[in-house]
Design a protein around this ligand. Sequence first.
Ligand SMILES: [Zn+2]
Length: 62
Amino acid sequence: MAQRREEPKVRMVCEDCGSEEVTRDAWAEWNVDMQHWQLGAVFDYAYCHRCQANAHIEERPI
Ligand SMILES: [Zn+2]
């Protein structure tokens, strides 16, 4: 098996307030074998729960 390089961990924060209380729009697809919803696709729309508004998400190193 090929060795996979470890990417440094990042935080996803709101560009305006710096909060990590951010979520994105996504599709969940039903997995019959696992009997649970799994992430299908993640979209650009982001929401900050602290600003209670649309947000731009920024990637910051931990
Ligand atoms: Zn915010």
